[in-house]
Design a binder for this molecule. Structure first.
Ligand code: GLN
Length: 319
């Protein structure tokens, strides 16, 4: 059985191994994201029992971007239940880019991990006022991260001013009655969700909350309803990395979600979460070094859900 101290030193090794990789480019289509330092690189691990370990720029804040999507989906399921939520968004991988404007045969977005699906989900949790919906979302994420989080208004405004494609998607959804009310209210919710500031340690803590079936591993608060955690994790496994999702499920085999600011949050069910921050992205909008780190860790430790080396709760028992 491999123990946690071995895993920690392996993470430090993996960090050094990929540190000098400068492949990929920082996202600039949201102008404010272009200001990120491309060299930043942080890796964090949090176990389902609350053990933490980080290397590199793990305190560096960045916007959560699409990593908010599975969490928003979970909140929609809690508020509306499965049947109603799935009337507004499918759960089928689209094989398309994250900003694809395509809908399925029922005029629903393909899944909650692409922008169209996340906009539909944002509509379900937008709350009675724009302020209330955002405050509620930030509060839940703060409970999961066990730290007071906030929205980066500069990034939110930057995306709101330039997000014409998302605006077009929202109007298309409004046309098909997939979303209701004022389109601007829904978009405000969506852009604000994407603009929550986190660091890699926060993401690993949020991921560990999912690994721990919805309860924060440090406070033991039941942040997310345990009945719906599997819904979020399964769409992360099948759709979390966009048009790289099939390759990811095959090679890494972990539910994960990436964001265009450079974060990746991967979850080892019942065991731990690994989060990486590195803003240089590949052509699909996934962090280059983030993918490499997760691949190496999954391979070395048999973290792939179906790996013969994955015996369930190895790390928890080793503590
Ligand atoms: N806010 C971003 C957008 O809508 C999120 C995309 C992402 O992280 N892939 O374009």
């Amino acid at each position: 059985m491999k123990d946690l101290s071995q895993l920690k030193s392996y993470i430090a090794q993996v960090y050094e191994r990929h540190r000098s990789n400068n492949d990929g480019v920082v996202a600039t289509y949201i102008p404010e994201l272009g200001k990120a330092n491309p060299n930043h690189f942080g890796i964090s691990l949090v176990t389902a029992t609350g053990e933490e370990f980080s290397v590199g720029d793990s305190q560096q804040e960045f916007t959560i971007q699409s990593i908010c999507k599975p969490l928003a989906f979970l909140m929609a399921l809690e508020q509306h239940g499965r049947e109603e939520t799935l009337r507004h968004v499918g759960i089928e991988p689209s094989g398309e880019a994250f900003n694809s404007i395509q809908l399925d045969a029922l005029n629903r977005p393909f899944n909650p991990m692409v922008n169209a699906g996340a906009i539909s989900v944002a509509n379900l949790i937008k709350g009675s006022s724009p302020e209330a919906g955002v405050a509620n979302f930030v509060k839940r994420l703060s409970q999961a991260a066990h730290r007071e989080l906030r929205v980066d208004q500069a990034v939110c405004n930057s995306e709101s001013e330039t997000g014409h494609r998302n605006r077009a998607i929202a109007h298309l959804l409004r046309n098909f009655d997939i979303i209701d009310g004022a389109v601007d209210h829904t978009l405000h919710q969506y852009f604000s969700q994407c603009s929550v500031l986190v660091n890699s340690r926060d993401l690993a803590m949020i991921g560990a909350t999912l690994a721990n079936i919805g309860a924060n591993p440090v406070t033991h608060d039941e942040v997310f309803d345990m009945h719906f955690v599997k819904d979020a994790l399964s769409v992360m496994l099948t759709c979390g990395m966009y048009d790289f999702a099939g390759e990811w499920a095959y090679r890494v085999g972990l539910p994960a979600k990436s964001g265009v600011a450079g974060g990746i949050m991967a979850v080892v069910n019942r065991q731990l979460s690994i989060a990486v921050y590195s803003p240089r992205l590949d052509a699909r909008g996934n962090s280059v070094r983030g993918i490499q780190v997760c691949k190496d860790l999954a391979e070395e430790y048999g973290l792939h859900a179906f790996d013969f080396m994955n015996f369930g709760s190895n790390f928890i028992r080793a503590l």
